[in-house]
Design a protein around this ligand. Sequence first.
Ligand code: MSP
Length: 638
Amino acid sequence: MTYYITTPIYYVNAKPHLGHAYTTIVCDTLTRFHRLVGDESYFLTGTDEHGDKIALAAAKEGVRPQDYVDYVSSHFKVTWPKFGIRYDDFIRTTEQRHKDTVSRFLDLVNRKGDIYFGEYGGLYCVGCERFYTERELVGGLCPDHKTKPAYIAEQNYFFRMGNYQDWLIDLIRSDPSFIRPERYRNEVLSFLSEPLEDLCISRPKSRLEWGIDIPFDRHYVTYVWFDALINYITGLGWPEGGLYHRFWPVAEHCVAKDILKPHAIFWPTMLKSAGLPVYRHLNVHGYWQMDEAKMSKSVGNVVDIFTLRDEFGTDALRYFLLREMTFGLDSEFSYQRVLERYNSDLANDFGNLWQRSVTMLDKYLGGTLPPAALAELSQDSDWERLLRELVDGYSDDFRNMRPSEALRKAWDFVGHLNKLIVTEAPWVLARSVETLPRLERVMTMLVKGLALLGALVSPVMPGKSAELWRRLGLDPDTMSLDSGAISEALSHGRRISVGEALFARAEREESPKKAARAQAAAAPEESPAPSAELSISEFKRADLRTALITAAEPLPKSQKLLKLTVTMGGEERVIVAGIQKYFEASELVGKTVVVVANLAPVKLMGVKSQGMVLCASGNDTLALLVPSREMPPGSPVT
Ligand code: MSP
């Protein structure tokens, strides 16, 4: 099978920001997914360099347009690889190959009789590079730029777009996934329920010179959108060349909703007029917003992707963007969300699964999987079905442009494996030779599950997944979603190396809001309802010990938290407890209490808390659990 995906070509009047990065990372991820499942794939991105907007930006900088576009375009070109993006081609609309393609395309449409010369007056937004009808404006302003469009009247060339209205409606109706998700298909159909006007496709050189000449009238340049959309076939070498024939029939465009109309209406009708087949799917996503406004250079609320990358790493940033945004809907960006997702999904769920599994493998089985256990596991039909359903569901999500769903499914599997550790308790199984076969089975499930997870996350986190495969003793170049292939690779019995944490926890001063939430969570009245049943092995995971409180003081600015210093048999720790309302700090010092010693550390109001003090809670009262007779600090509570 073949696969071709494109990003919009970005205007060079702004440097790449998080919004551009999202679309480009989605396309890179999809390309990597298709390569992983064996499809021959091609990924095109690039820059849109003509038009009023660019000419104005260059003039503002006091440089020639060509120098200006060379500079900004190269910035895009070198930025993407820094985010793990591997495009196959980077197209610039000022390249000769593109100018030739646009000329050829215009000639075809002209010969078809679909271009005429006429006069038009209308409301024009320079930011969007297009005319607006009155009904598209919001309070007389451009809905995107919130500026008043200028009235422009001039003689120009027009494309008979209106002739293709019925054809386009039929096309969209007959193919429900042509524009997806459905909300955008409906939006386009609703737009097409009104008469479709012809499209002005030229600008007189007397007003704008910065564009591609109209081949049949040298006094005019091509309207920037007509020029830009054609990039998608220039990049494939249309009309000659194998690339075009191989990839155009499967073309997937990926854009945000701001440019729905040119892609859903102008482009298919242009293709139809020129006698070319239309693309396969138009995939439309929503906006990244900040404070509920679309992130954009003109609003000035853009997020610097380099800062985020430096703090969290390329892979984690890619994971966040793809997991957080439901493709098609808007998403509010916040630094706090990145931090939370990083710590919970990556450091905790995934990172700990890795660390615990391979540490136990090392400890109990000498770091290698017994080949017999691998072979046996392949005969377990329930386990194999689980893997198959996971891979099928995940692949289906990627094929249907639901990247966040695909990742959610992978994380359900992370949860499944983490639960396996809790319910099977390998440290208990390791105590007796009788349970050795079960231990081997469980460890094999964990390691094979991790290898599969590595492959599942590889389109999104190529760096981390390759690292994970290497540590498992596998060659990342042979990465596969196929259960048999993974077992075969693992059966060569290489030693698995534990290594450092895959995702080290991100520690950072909490924002006051987050601290307030964490504080509330620490308060006893908010403790969750007890869950139904707990197996003995689950319970045994809690490391309960006696601890002597050696110091206690209220946390500044907090009405709930006390900072306790405890000692547990030679080990000193700080525990932040939400018990200020119930105890004087001084009355706690010298008491021996029971603490949960292996609780993941959290930062509360800037203080790292390493454990939890157990209390019995009643109606607005709280009692410390204390041993009934004197016990040395650090005694296990069993
Ligand atoms: N040059 C045109 C596209 C021509 S394609 C033939 C253009 N360029 S742009 O630089 O404005 O890029 C718009 C695209 O950037 C959006 O469609 C989207 O892919 C991405 N995004 C820019 N800001 C964004 C957000 N705030 N949120 C999500 N995506 C955003 O339009």
